[in-house]
Design a protein around this ligand. Structure first.
Ligand code: ADP
Length: 478
C-alpha cells in the first residue's frame, strides 16, 4: 500500500467483488484488532446488524454503486465497536465492477453518545411529567407529549409562547413575581404547588419545578420546567383528612362515656366486687385513656389541617407547666424506676403562650422521653434563656433515633424502626403536633440523638412575642 494511504487518519481497504480484502492500511487492521487481513470486515459484523449490512452491500454491488454502512463489529478480542464504512466502486476499462475501495472509521464514542441522546430524547418525550424547555426569556422552545395530555394544548400551540401563559395565570401576581425573581435573578431552582387551567377550562393542581441552566459565564442559558398533575393526590389527601376528622369526632363521644362510666363505678358502692373485677375495670379505664389520647391527637391534627385551632395566649409560667405535666407521668415514671431532673433559671420569664397547646406539646416530649427510655433510665427537663428565646430541652438516655430515620421524625404517622420494635404504644402524631405548636408560636423544634445512647429534643419559644401579645390582651381588656 502506498505511503500516502498508509498515513491516512482512517482505515482504508480494497476488497474484491466477493468482499475479500485484497489490501489495507495499518489503521484498518488496528481498528479491527487484527494483525493480518485474515478476515474481511463483513465477517466481523455483529449479529444484530449483519442482515441490514448484508442487504446494503448486496444492493450496492448489484447496482455497481457506492455504499455506506454504519454497524457494530465484533473485534477479535471480543469487544464491540461502532464503525462508519464508506466505499466507492472500482471499475475496469469495460465498466465491470472489480471491487471496492473503502474507508472505515471507528465512531464508537459518537454512536454511544447519539444512542444515549436518542434514549434521553425518548424518555423526555414519553414521560408522564410535563417537560418544557424555554429560552432565557421564558419562551417555550420544546414541549414533550405530556404537555398535550395534561393541558390539552398541542406542542405546536405551546412552542413560541411564554411558558405557562396558556395554562397558568390563576395564582396571585406576587407568586409569579417571586418565581421569576428566584429563577432569573437568583438563578436558583423554584418548587411549588400551584393551580393551573387546561385548554377546556378545567383547573388542576400541579407540582412544578423550574431549574435555570447556566452557561460557562454563569448566565441563564435556558430553563427546564417540569410539571406533574397532583390533583388526584390532593383529593385523596382531602378525603383522608375528612375521614380522620369524622372518625375522631365520632369516637370521642363514646370514649368520654366509657370514661365517665368507669368513674361512676369507682365512686359507687364497691362492696361485693372482687379484686379481680376491679382489676378488669382498671384495665378498661387505662386502655380507654390510651384511646382518648390517640383520638385527641387525631383531633389535633385534623384541627391543625383545617386551620381550626385558635391560639389563645395567656401569661404562662413554663417551669410550673412542666411540673404539672410531669405530675401526670409521676406514677408511670416511678413504676419504671426512672429519675427526672428539672432545671430552670430562677428568673425564668413568663411567656405569653397558649398554655394548653404548649402544655400538650411538652407532655408529648416528656412522655416520649419516658416511653423510649428503658427501666432505670434518666430524664432531664431544662430551660435556658438565650438572647430573645426560652429554650426548653427534654433529654433522656433511652433507645435513641436511628440515623436513617432522623429526617422523617416530624412526619405525620412516622415511627422509627427501633421504636416500633420496642414500644407498641404510639401513633407517630406527637412530634408533628409539637412542631406545629412551636412554629405557630414563632419558635422551633429540633433534636440531637444517638441510637442506644439517648435523645434531646429542644423547643424554642420567643420571649418577644410576649410584648405584642400582651398588648393585644391589654387592648382587648380595655
Ligand atoms: P409516637 O406516638 O410514636 O411516640 P411521636 O410523633 O411522638 O409519636 O414520635 C415519633 C417517633 O419519634 C417515635 O415513634 C419514635 O420513633 C421517635 N421518638 C420520639 N421521641 C423519642 C425519644 N425521646 N427517643 C427515641 N425516639 C423517639
Amino acid at each position: 500500500m502506498n505511503a500516502d494511504i498508509e498515513n491516512l487518519p482512517v482505515g482504508v481497504f480494497f476488497e474484491d467483488i466477493n468482499g475479500t480484502i485484497k489490501s489495507c492500511n495499518k489503521l484498518y487492521l488496528k481498528t479491527l484488532g487484527l494483525d493480518e487481513p485474515v478476515k474481511g470486515w463483513r465477517e466481523m459484523v455483529d449479529l444484530e446488524d449483519s442482515e441490514s449490512a448484508q442487504k446494503e452491500w448486496d444492493g450496492a454491488r448489484s447496482g455497481k454503486k457506492s455504499w455506506r454502512i454504519k454497524c457494530r463489529l465484533k473485534k477479535s478480542n471480543g469487544n464491540t465497536i461502532w464503525v462508519d464504512i464508506k466505499a466507492n466502486p472500482l471499475m475496469d476499462a469495460r465498466g465491470d465492477l472489480q471491487g471496492y475501495m473503502g474507508v472505515l472509521t471507528d465512531i464508537t464514542n459518537q454512536a454511544m453518545f447519539e444512542r444515549l441522546l436518542e434514549r434521553f430524547k425518548k424518555a423526555v418525550e414519553k414521560t408522564d411529567s410535563q417537560i418544557v424547555f424555554t429560552d432565557a426569556e421564558g419562551l417555550v422552545v420544546f414541549a414533550n407529549d405530556a404537555v398535550e395530555k395534561l393541558t390539552g394544548f398541542t406542542s405546536g400551540e405551546v412552542v413560541g409562547t411564554k411558558a405557562g401563559k396558556l395554562w397558568g395565570g390563576l395564582m396571585e401576581v406576587e407568586f409569579y413575581k417571586k418565581l421569576w425573581q428566584k429563577i432569573k435573578i437568583d438563578k436558583m431552582p423554584f418548587d411549588a404547588e400551584i393551580i393551573n387551567k387546561k385548554k377546556n377550562g378545567e383547573t388542576y393542581f400541579a407540582q412544578i419545578n423550574i431549574t435555570p441552566i447556566l452557561d460557562s459565564k454563569g448566565e441563564v442559558e435556558f430553563f427546564v420546567g417540569i410539571e406533574r398533575d397532583i390533583t388526584y393526590y390532593k383529593e385523596m389527601d382531602k378525603v383522608k383528612r375528612e375521614f380522620i376528622s369524622v372518625a375522631s369526632h365520632q369516637l370521642r363521644t363514646p370514649l368520654s362515656s366509657i370514661k365517665w362510666l368507669c368513674e361512676l363505678f369507682w365512686n359507687g358502692d364497691l362492696k361485693g366486687i372482687s379484686s379481680g373485677q376491679k382489676e378488669i375495670v382498671q384495665k378498661v379505664q387505662n386502655e380507654n385513656e390510651r384511646l382518648i389520647k390517640l383520638v385527641d391527637s387525631l383531633l389535633n391534627i385534623s384541627r391543625i389541617e383545617s386551620g381550626k385551632i385558635v391560639i389563645e395566649p395567656s401569661l404562662t409560667d413554663i417551669p410550673q407547666l412542666v411540673e404539672k405535666v410531669l405530675s401526670d407521668y409521676k406514677e408511670s415514671i416511678k413504676s419504671k424506676k426512672q429519675t427526672v431532673e428539672v432545671k430552670f433559671p430562677v428568673e425564668t420569664p413568663k411567656l405569653s403562650v397558649d398554655s394548653k397547646l404548649v402544655g400538650e406539646a411538652l407532655s408529648n416530649l416528656i412522655s416520649n422521653a419516658h416511653k423510649y427510655t428503658p427501666v432505670g433510665g434518666r430524664l432531664w427537663v431544662k430551660g435556658k434563656v438565650i438572647s430573645n428565646e426560652l429554650i426548653i430541652s427534654v433529654a433522656d438516655n433511652g433507645i435513641g433515633i436511628p440515623v436513617n430515620d432522623k429526617r422523617r421524625i416530624f412526619e405525620k404517622f412516622f415511627r422509627a424502626e427501633n421504636a416500633l420494635l420496642k414500644q407498641a404504644n404510639g401513633s407517630g402524631l406527637g412530634l408533628y403536633f409539637v412542631k406545629w405548636v412551636a412554629e405557630s408560636h414563632g419558635g422551633l423544634v429540633w433534636f440531637e440523638s444517638t441510637e442506644n445512647v439517648g435523645t434531646t429534643f429542644y423547643m424554642s419559644l420567643p420571649l418577644s412575642t410576649r410584648h405584642s401579645w400582651q398588648k393585644l390582651i391589654e387592648l382587648s381588656i380595655k
